[in-house]
Design a protein around this ligand. Sequence first.
Ligand SMILES: Cc1ncc(COP(=O)(O)O)c(C=O)c1O
Length: 363
Amino acid sequence: MHFMSQVPPYIAALRSYIPGKPIAELQRETGAARIIKLASNENPLGPSPKVKEAIGNALDDIHRYPDGGFALTRALAARYRVTPDNIVLGAGSDSLMLALVRAFVTEGGEVVASAGSFAQYYLMPQSRGAIVKTAPLKEYRYDLAAIAALVTPKTQMIFLANPNNPTGTMFTKAEWEAFYRQIPAETLIVLDEAYFEFVETNPDWPDSQKYRYDNVVTLRTFSKTYGLAGLRLGYGIGQTDPIREMKKVKLPFEPNVLALVAGEAALGDREFVDRYRSLVEEGRAVFYERLARMGVRYVPSAANFVMAVFPDQTTAETIHKGLLARGVIVRSLHAFGLPEAIRITIGLPEENVQCMDAIAALV
Ligand SMILES: Cc1ncc(COP(=O)(O)O)c(C=O)c1O
């Protein structure tokens, strides 16, 4: 028997996640000197100077294994007024999603999510042999009633992103409360709040930390607002029971030493977060104004990116390719099941203008 025949059919059927095109790759392909990447919802300001200093100071310790993130866990527990047993750290929220799937999802079990959402909600349960059921978006928003209608006694987990990637839309308090009432206590809801810092002051946004339901685990990340995507650092907040199970299956030495000190320094730099949020707000307004002037439809966003919608797939592909040829990397949403749309991360003011000028030239 060939060893490859051991690969279960549900793994063999998977396709690898394709990330946003890296700058160096487009540089190799086009030889262009100046490339801007607005494709992966990264913070264009880079990391805060305080983070860089903390990482510099920690370099002498990288021959040691991480200590499990004792200090960062305590800092997060203090911030959220919970105990360290309510917090779990991971190498990005991606890694914590996998820990949740390993702990709570079994072969043949059911997982429910929305279509047009974060790819890992489908890939990770499928890698476990689970069946993923999705409800279509409605006007590019989550249709929570349709999602709830897919839930059966076999549903082990529901993934929800709020705000959602790639649409940038959010569901409201009223929608969340009505949804939650329909979900049995046996089902675990994973509430992915990767972009919460961009909506936390919106009175309509349902902050999972104001509800703290037993069967909800919240995921948050340092990748977006704090500009630490390359270091891989995320955290989960929940009741002690699910958090304990996640800790059993996550890799013991993630996050790494540098990510841990970076996270602590980042949490302490609120000015940096405020600066970035203002940049996002201003950039979003520029995108809206320019896209509207060009007659390009966009979906109003609650996050650090905007989804632009074209009349059809061919137009979206032409725009995406035309932007690449002009040194602007945005995200094609073909793989997200939205082939008529592209997602543009808000960048530095000059990058935003360059991107909008390029779209204007193409439309
Ligand atoms: C909704 C959502 N969840 C999670 C992630 C992954 O974040 P992390 O870098 O913490 O793994 C992303 C990143 O794009 C995202 O958009």
